[in-house]
Write a protein that binds this ligand. Structure first.
Ligand SMILES: *[C@@H]1O[C@H](CO)[C@@H](O)[C@H](O)[C@H]1NC(C)=O
Ligand SMILES: *[C@@H]1O[C@H](CO)[C@@H](O)[C@H](O)[C@H]1NC(C)=O
Ligand SMILES: *[C@@H]1O[C@H](CO)[C@@H](O)[C@H](O)[C@H]1NC(C)=O
Ligand SMILES: *[C@@H]1O[C@H](CO)[C@@H](O)[C@H](O)[C@H]1NC(C)=O
Ligand SMILES: *[C@@H]1O[C@H](CO)[C@@H](O)[C@H](O)[C@H]1NC(C)=O
Length: 358
């Protein structure tokens, strides 16, 4: 009898846990994604004049069907793993939707505005990407459409449950780290020069219904193969890494400030810089054997040339941190997002994505 009770209790307990898990997965109706090449799932394929593309081999060599989709990766990227962890399909690229049809009900399942090369400033890779400001303008069209479809109250309900993921800042940091200008700003001056713009952009997204923010901070920019390659002893660019630390601190303060000014906003911030440095400093603990060279490219550290069809690529992508001279491999992206999803402070805070979603 007692063991029967235990048996039934166990079953009830397991069912309860399963229901809880299902709930976490089912509660977010959509992800709206903003950002750069770390999250682009094909928007730049539609920019006719842009050279910032990845819709050719060897990109996608590990993607289902070995397909080069426009992701700057051997396989899936941050946006894919974010959706996967939330139990959703990857949000479709905005430019693929508007060109295909006027069936806007797909907007309710999430949209990606992310574009390779994009930065906080309009001037960053100007003319060859969808700037963050333009991404928000596109989103404002989507917002208007959702309000039209659902009515104001339902639309706000839908958007307040949705996740707004932002991956931005790396392109400004890369430009900063690469600059050899004589009167170069200090890392702090540089960060201070871009944060007010970002503040306006986040407020604009909030004013268009966003309530749950996921901000993926910038990584250790100075350790990308492109920047290591410029150093005689192949060390990380210290200024670039320091600027990334300051940028992440400033973004997290900004989010904290925003969330205290209103009562209905929550967020999850990932300190990607620290996460990546852990991989670089203790590679074997994370299954990596190559932390310096890119997998795909040519020349020193495979970082002289981008991942182009003429480039060579490594046979084992899961032991490399970097896919090409700027971008992480699928293996890295999977691990980073997994930490964002159910890791804890000081890597992800004040909420993990899982907590944010429930
Ligand atoms: C979609 O296109 C059809 C046919 O062109 C048009 O009748 C309809 O009004 C359009 N719907 C929207 C929401 O634009
Ligand atoms: C519009 O798209 C949705 C989701 O992709 C689909 O379920 C629906 O059938 C489509 N409607 C029309 C009229 O094409
Ligand atoms: C950036 O471009 C947008 C249009 O996409 C414009 O509204 C905004 O004022 C520009 N920002 C600056 C600082 O020029
Ligand atoms: C290489 O990087 C190290 C560590 O950041 C730095 O001390 C050194 O000055 C750099 N060398 C060159 C030539 O940039
Ligand atoms: C590739 O690297 C991973 C991670 O280090 C390792 O587990 C795996 O065995 C390697 N695969 C091959 C085919 O060597």
């Amino acid at each position: 009898m007692a063991s029967n009770m235990t048996y039934y209790c166990t079953i009830i307990y397991i069912t309860f846990i399963l229901l809880l898990c299902k709930n976490v997965q089912g509660i977010v109706p959509a992800v709206y994604v903003f950002g750069d090449s770390l999250a682009d799932v094909g928007n730049n394929n539609h920019l006719e004049l842009s050279l910032l593309k990845a819709n050719f081999p060897h990109n996608g060599v590990d993607y289902p069907g070995r397909k080069a989709t426009g992701r700057f990766s051997n396989g899936k990227n941050f946006a894919d793993f974010l959706a996967e962890n939330l139990g959703l399909q990857t949000s479709l690229p905005y430019l693929s939707l508007s060109s295909k049809s006027n069936n806007t009900s797909v907007y309710l399942t999430g949209v990606s505005f992310a574009s390779g090369g994009a930065g906080i400033l309009n001037s960053t890779n100007s003319g060859t990407c969808i700037t963050f400001d333009q991404q928000i303008s596109y989103y404002s069209t989507v917002y208007g459409n959702i309000v039209q479809q659902l009515g104001t109250v339902q639309a706000q309900d839908h958007l307040s449950k949705s996740v707004f993921a932002i991956v931005i800042g790396s392109n400004e940091l890369l430009n900063y780290a690469k600059s050899n200008s004589g009167n170069k700003a200090t890392p702090q001056q540089f960060v201070d020069s871009i944060i007010p713009t970002l503040q306006g952009q986040l407020k604009r997204i909030y004013n268009l219904g966003a309530r749950r923010f996921v901000f993926i901070g910038t990584g250790s920019i100075g350790c990308t193969p492109a920047l290591r390659e410029q150093n005689k002893t192949k060390e990380c660019n210290a200024g670039g890494n320091y600027a990334s630390v300051l940028y992440n601190q400033a973004v997290s303060s900004l989010l904290n400030e925003m969330s205290t000014q209103v009562t209905d906003m929550s967020y999850s911030f990932l300190d990607t810089n620290t996460v990546l440095l852990q991989y670089i400093q203790q590679p074997s603990a994370y299954g990596f054997t190559e932390v310096e060279s890119a997998c795909c490219g040519l020349g020193d550290l495979n970082a002289k040339v981008a991942c182009l069809p003429i480039s060579t690529y490594c046979s084992n992508r899961s032991n490399h941190i970097f896919w090409d001279f700027y971008h992480p491999t699928e293996a890295t992206a999977r691990m980073v997002v997994s930490t964002a999803f159910d890791g804890s402070a000081p890597l992800v805070y004040p909420l993990s994505i899982k907590q944010l979603a429930s």
